[in-house]
Design a protein around this ligand. Sequence first.
Ligand code: SF4
Length: 311
Amino acid sequence: MKLLLISPRSSDKRSPVGFKVPQVALQIIAALTPENVKVSMVDEHSSDIDFSKDYDLVGISIMTATAKRGYHLARTFKGKGSKVVFGGIHASVMPEEAINYGDAVVIGEAESSWPDLVEDFKQNTLKRYYQSKEPDLSTAPLPKRDSIIDRSVLGIKWPGFYTTKGCPYDCEFCSVSSVYGKKIRTLPIPFVIKDIENANSKVFLSLDDNVAANPKYAKSLFKEMAHLNIEWGGQCVVTIAKDDELLQLCRKSGCRGLFIGLESVSTTSMRKMRKTLKSIKENEDVIKKIQDTGIIFHPSFVFGFDDDTKA
Ligand code: SF4
């Protein structure tokens, strides 16, 4: 059996340079696939699909930005006789849309359903939907790092790693806590260290939505990461700056930049979005504190809220 796993690009053309966020979903799915299946992976942001090859099953992981391209690829592969399975966050929240273009949809995290799906495919009993439960990360498989599909930033290899899933916050516009849950699930720290070592790079992006969401776990993790001599960037929330020890350990672990959603300079909008900090002054203090450690502070903002004004 031949399986192709694809992370589609977001437009018809691949941009030659620029910031490309790595992903680890395909490597996790590959690790969940039985050994007797021949697995190929293509991240379209870094390489092209060889359409001259035939596959029995094609798995396409889609976000909203890549769904259109994913559906186009599905039509192409179904036309060649492959069965197509969709997964990823867009397919998880829009399964009735995705099924129109494929043969099956994995809803939620695939860890608990992918082995069953592969077996069903072999038995010719593929179901339309596979609803996954939130997996216990203590038994997660190590991502299969032997196939190099990591995206690069201006030529520097930049693999992704993950340490947790879920977010305890409930920002109004965000899908993370509704898809991955509000409970923070953590990978065993030796697992994370091994995965980073397996990726064989000195520069990484943490794919956690909130890398310091569990401060006790994050402190232990950062202490171990400090021995790896790597540099990394990631995302978290402003509360990291309220814990001096956590912030210092984060920097010592190799953190060079944090992407943090401030979302608005309007206190009314911040409150409506249920953001953690709700005043501009608080945000200013946090920015200064993070920058003073030597970590680059990368804020993000959302424009167009109902209460936004031209001023
Ligand atoms: S803190 Fe970040 S990940 Fe968590 S709900 Fe808010 S925007 Fe989403």
